[in-house]
Design a protein around this ligand. Structure first.
Ligand code: URA
Ligand code: SF4
Length: 190
């Protein structure tokens, strides 16, 4: 994992290297059962070089705490490791350039459960496993038993915490989806 982070730190495979302050390779437990996959660094992540440390990160911390998980026992990564200017959506060419790092991280961690946060990471994993992505609002909180890079994985797509920040209904949905995660963790022996 350290070797992957080192390569990311020197990466110039897409244009985002020019405007980044820091890369955000992701962090957490390399043996985690649960891997969260977000979208891309925002302002504070770019400043600190760490995932989910801004407002959305605070909400993620709370959601984790609600179900008795700490950051130390999970891994938190992103589709892109560098911040897109003005937090614009990741572009397809950037996703293509960057996701080999994510795939390598998945192979190292071998997570039993994958939580994709938002439509970009959900669409990426859905595409990988041959599932049709038809919108995060219609499939969040569902459980998909899939094979990702030859690994059996329980996939639970969820809304991105950033969109739930200012929308009470989506926040409730996100809380309920974390209860789905709690149930999967309590029902299965990994
Ligand atoms: N949003 C993301 O998708 N990832 C981060 O690391 C922070 C905010
Ligand atoms: Fe490299 Fe990914 Fe950063 Fe682009 S976003 S420069 S591919 S690490």
């Amino acid at each position: 994992m350290a070797e992957i982070a080192k390569e990311i730190a020197e990466c110039k495979k897409c244009e985002l290297w020019k405007s980044r302050k820091n890369v955000v390779p992701g962090e957490g437990n390399v043996d985690a059962n649960v891997m969260f996959i977000g979208e891309a660094p925002g302002y504070w992540e770019d400043v600190k070089g760490r995932p989910f440390v801004g407002a959305a990160g605070k909400l993620l911390d709370k959601l984790l705490e609600n179900i008795g998980l700490s950051r130390n026992e999970v891994f938190i990564g992103n589709i892109l490791k560098c911040r897109p200017p003005q937090n614009r959506d990741p572009r397809p060419d950037e996703i293509e350039a960057c996701t080999p790092y994510l795939d390598r991280q998945i192979r190292v961690i071998q997570p039993k459960i994958m939580v994709t946060l938002g439509r970009h990471s959900t669409a990426y994993i859905f595409n990988k496993v041959g599932l049709k992505f038809y919108g995060i609002s219609r499939l969040h909180g569902r459980i998909y038993e899939v094979t990702v890079l030859d690994l059996p994985v329980v996939l639970i797509p969820m809304y991105h915490p950033a969109v739930a920040l200012y929308n009470a209904r989506l926040k409730d949905d996100l809380k309920m989806d974390f209860e789905v995660l709690r149930n999967v963790l309590s029902e299965r022996v990994f």
